[in-house]
Structure formats: structure tokens, C-alpha cells
Design a protein around this ligand. Structure first.
Ligand code: SAM
Length: 247
């Protein structure tokens, strides 16, 4: 069997593509791209002549069958998305799962990912975090998810579209109150900006200039502060004893 390569591409600055990514994209038989026209610009920039075909949310089932056939016939494939790491809020999961099931080798190259890049520069705790992808669009589902974050003791990271950034930050202010949040905007691009403060501080930044609401955003919410001293010692001792019996 040939190999399926998962190849991250830049999220802004084209120089962030790796030498290995270029080498793999040049050497495979096929590049499966989320949007072939969008990726054509990237491939042209790096003079990569490899044939492309589309693999997106609406044809992934069909493409998976076809690509697995080709991989079994010895034709190698690189999967790319419009930007960043494929499968991270991007298509590819169905294909990779199938390849794993069928014993087709899968190799992922390390590379750009907006969530990880934003988190590493945010100043928020990085030892434990939860990546939520995009928040639900429907108001009730979004509120439910934000309520779940209230007591969460690790950093929460999610993606947000520019048309929803204002409503999302105001929802955070309403549901979570004065929690410390950070937004990372336009990472690796000309107007890269990190804004850190309460949701109200971030709202003030977004409203200060219409341009502040444009671009791509990663939103991060700090962990809930757990005041261990607020738990009475007897309750703490009981909790520890209970923990010993938990599976
Ligand atoms: N697979 C991509 C990755 O690895 O980051 C994410 C794809 S997802 C469809 C697109 C979202 O990622 C955007 O809506 C935004 O939230 C985030 N994003 C992508 N590029 C970004 C950038 N340069 N700066 C900030 N956020 C970015």
C-alpha cells in the first residue's frame, strides 16, 4: 500500500510551510485538497505540479472509497485543507479512519495550527486545555456549552468566524461574567493581534474600530479559579477517601 500523508499548510504567512511539506507535496501522486482552486494558489507559489482532486465535507464519503482504492494500488496521496492542519475543524476524519481500518499507512507532518499557535502565545495555562472547535451557532446550544465551561479548570480554546465574534464575546460576558479571556486575531498575518482581559475589555477592543472585528479569530477562556482553601478540611478528607474508591 502507498501512504496517505496529512500535510499542514500555512494559516497566513506562506513562509510557515515546512521543507518537508513541500517535498511531500511534490513527490506524492495526488493532492486531495478541501478547495482545489484555493490550494492552486499555494501550489503555484511553491511551483508544485502535483495533480489535485477535491475532498470536502460534501464528498468525503465518496472520495474516501476512491482514494483508498488508489492508495491500495500504490498511488500516494497528500491531504491538505484550505489552511492549517487537516482534520482540525477541517475535513479528513472519514478518510483517515478508513485508512486505519484498512491498514493503509498514514503519516501526519507537524505544522501550522491556529489553536495551538494561539494557545502558546496567549499567556493562559497550557498544561491542560480543551479544544472545542467552533461553538454551536444556535443560541441555546451555545449558551449550554458556555455554561459547561463555567466550572472547567483548564483553558478552553475555540475557533470563531468574524461575523460571530462580537456576539460570542458578549455571550461569554453574559454567561461567564468577568472571566479572563484572550482572543488571537490574524495569526502570522500583517495585523496579528492578541487581546487579553475580561470579556468586557475584549468587547471594548472589538467596538473601538470596525476593522477590529474583521479577520480570523481564536478565542481562549481561562480556567475557573478553584479555591481549595474554601473546602472545609473534613469535606476534603472525605473527598480524598472517596477518590481512592473511584475506578
Ligand atoms: N485546520 C485549521 C487549523 O489547523 O488551524 C483550522 C480550520 S477552521 C475551518 C478555520 C478557523 O481557524 C478560522 O475560522 C479561525 O477561527 C481559525 N484560524 C485559521 N487561521 C487563523 C489565523 N491566521 N489567525 C487566527 N485564527 C485562525
Amino acid at each position: 500500500f502507498a501512504t496517505l500523508f496529512i500535510v499542514p499548510t500555512p494559516i497566513g504567512n506562506l513562509d510557515d510551510i515546512s521543507a518537508r511539506a513541500i517535498e511531500v507535496l511534490n513527490s506524492v501522486d495526488w493532492i486531495a485538497a478541501e478547495d482545489t482552486r484555493h490550494s492552486a494558489r499555494l501550489l503555484q507559489h511553491f511551483s508544485i505540479p502535483t495533480r489535485t482532486l477535491s475532498l470536502h465535507d460534501h464528498n468525503e464519503d465518496k472520495r474516501t472509497a476512491m482514494l483508498c482504492h488508489r492508495l491500495k494500488d500504490g498511488e500516494s496521496v497528500a491531504l491538505i485543507s484550505d489552511a492549517g492542519t487537516p482534520l482540525i475543524s477541517d475535513p479528513g476524519f472519514i478518510l483517515v479512519r478508513k485508512c486505519r481500518e484498512e491498514g493503509i499507512p498514514v503519516i501526519a507532518l507537524p505544522g501550522p495550527c491556529a489553536a495551538i499557535t494561539a494557545l502558546s502565545a496567549s499567556g493562559l495555562p497550557t498544561d491542560r486545555f480543551i479544544f472545542e472547535g467552533f461553538l454551536p451557532v444556535k443560541a441555546q446550544a451555545k449558551d449550554n456549552l458556555l455554561s459547561q465551561l463555567k466550572g472547567r479548570t483548564c483553558t478552553s480554546v475555540f475557533y470563531e468566524a468574524p461575523r460571530r465574534i462580537v456576539s460570542t464575546v458578549s455571550d461569554i460576558a453574559r454567561v461567564l461574567g468577568n472571566r479572563h479571556i484572550v482572543i488571537a486575531k490574524e495569526i502570522s498575518k500583517t495585523f496579528e493581534t492578541y487581546v487579553s482581559g475580561t470579556a468586557d475589555d475584549v468587547m471594548a477592543y472589538l467596538h473601538a474600530d470596525a476593522a477590529h472585528q474583521k479577520g480570523e479569530f481564536v478565542v481562549m477562556i481561562s480556567p475557573a479559579q478553584v479555591d481549595l482553601t474554601a473546602i472545609p478540611p473534613e469535606a476534603m478528607a472525605l473527598l480524598e477517601r472517596l477518590c481512592e474508591h473511584m475506578p
